[in-house]
Design a protein around this ligand. Sequence first.
Ligand code: NAP
Length: 677
Amino acid sequence: MDKGTLNTTFPCLMQPLDLGFTVLNNRTIMGSMHTGLEERWNGFNKLAKFYEERAEGGVALIVTGGISPTFSGRLSLFSSQLSSFFQIFKHRKVVRAVHAYDTKICLQILHAGRYAYHPFAVAPSPIQSPISPFAPKALTDKKIKKIVGAFARTAKLAKRAGYDGVEVMGSEGYLINQFVCSNTNQRDDEWGGCFENRIRFSIEIIRAIRRVVGTDFIIIYRLSMLDLQAEGSSWSEIVQHAKAIERAGATMINTGIGWHEVRIPTIASVVPDAAFSWVTKKLKQSITIPLITSNRINSPEIAENCLQKGDADLVSMARPFLADSQFVNKAKRNQSLMINKCIACNQGCLDRVFKQQRATCMVNPRAAYETEYPENKAQTQKTVVIVGLGVAGLSCAYYAAKRGHHVIAYDAANLGGQFNLAAKIPGKEIYAQTIRYFDAQLSSLGVDLRRNHKVVFEDLRDIYADAIVFATGVTPRRPSIPGIEHFSVMDYETAINNKSEIKDRVAIIGAGGIGFDVAEMLIEPDAEDYTSRWYAKWGIDIQYRNRGGLLAEVVDHKSARTVYLLQRKDEKLGKNLARTTGWIRRLTLRKAGVKMLSGISYEKIDDFGLHIVHQGVQKTLAVDHVIICTGQQSENDLYEQLRAIGQPVKIIGGAKKAAELDAETAIREGMKLAYKL
Ligand code: NAP
């Protein structure tokens, strides 16, 4: 494509932004994401490579993960802090790596306040957060002033390290946000009481930073524009706060949505695209400095649309840059289909960070592992046959081909495996994008793709290959319950593929990830506007009439179907679902009136329905269908046969181990094997 045709598809996204003293070469920001590398030995060398790949990928500005200005403000005892001169040297590695490209980088300063996961937590008032086991100590006036000074000190150190600016984390319920809202700030001194007093802390921080860094330094303030809690700010207070932040010397304002403790999803895949850009737009008329919008923006099309509609001046995306470091370059080349889209699963990133593990990305397992899995060619080109193109096989085929191997890949259907089912679940449609991405990449890498070809023994008995990789996946497990052959019984694959045939009363046996998926599918009405229903379901008022942007009343939309979700274990259903999304799934089913029963034993299935014993009481659930979601078993017969005749077989994904296998592990296994070939 010649230069003249560049920027025609995403003109707003690619338009430079003049900040007065500095020009950003496009309108994309990589939002703050903690990777866990910040605290590891040698972590900053790895972090430098991680950011370097994103800078090389064309993003205009990177915001680092949150770094605390003080010990008490650390997210956990061993989280990062920048408060003394000797700490700047490791930061310089990151800055230098990014500045090799036309990309700017800001350090995010985050004080966790009562969200600090340690006994030294502090807050405006000694009120414990519902998501922390630690009660915070109330700050004295002297300590508050010290923290203001500490923010300025960190900003000054950031400037000495070479950063182009800082982002001050004022949202998501962290310390600054705790000062702003009355439920967490019950002080009666100059830092509490009326709204002017409650925003004094944030204003003083911005002023103090501007004083020490001078004018030629970016200060982004992440403003909580929608607290999503009953005692959050009103709209007029948000405007008042934003204007005060602008006057105090901020360069730009970023959009923060929701407190971490609030039980309303803000970034999971169920959240509609750009679901909160309307709130950024609402502020635009009151503010002259540039505004950044964020949350659930994961493609150039969505980003461009936000900018075209005038919702914001810039678009921030965090997880999409984990999924694809080359996001901006591909958008510039008008290759949106080649972008590995973030599917907002949180499994590789946030779920791991919450377990104190190193973040990565389910759809891009190289993310934050760039030094361990460099983008280089293998020393010897090999011939690799891959059987089965679910996500494990797709990943293996992709990385093997990228490393220069000759890859022949078979699938009995047309790629994607279990992801095809996931993509049929409401709120997970985006999973289809991962299949689309791998499909496009395999074609462009010249993989010999043989779709709709069910491999048999004779196909591979005499074939020459350096490796034959089995990624043949799983088949649904069928439990031995009397009456399992009854016509009302179907497995989850049949149910998901034939939703329209499912009648009004359903019992789901098995409450793992797939049992929940099937329940979510059954409660979602067809042909209704998902986005407006979604706002109503979670009580979000896009008119912003009440504090926190909440509707005065939330009416639960009960499902038209009667749905039972059942498990044998006598424990809370969905207990083992992912940390950052499991609560959304449980709450969604509860709101819809799904009957979730544990401690069940299954007696039989017959014309009257499903007979169970629940807490010692025999019951018959009069249902039209019994859907079996009781896990899977591996599909690996052919692997065993070929192994027996000495073919160089390998096995990955569900074919190797069906129990507790998830897509994140499957994709990672595919990559790891490709690097070992
Ligand atoms: P699973 O998580 O292993 O759940 C299987 C369910 O079936 C359990 O509730 C189990 O509970 C029940 N069960 C097992 N054997 C049974 C038997 N013989 N008779 C009756 N009930 C039985 O499997 P899955 O739901 O199929 O999920 C497979 C994998 O995909 C999992 O790793 C899951 O995490 C992943 N996945 C993740 C998501 C996501 O959104 N993150 C979505 C779908 C799948 P009891 O034994 O207590 O009855």
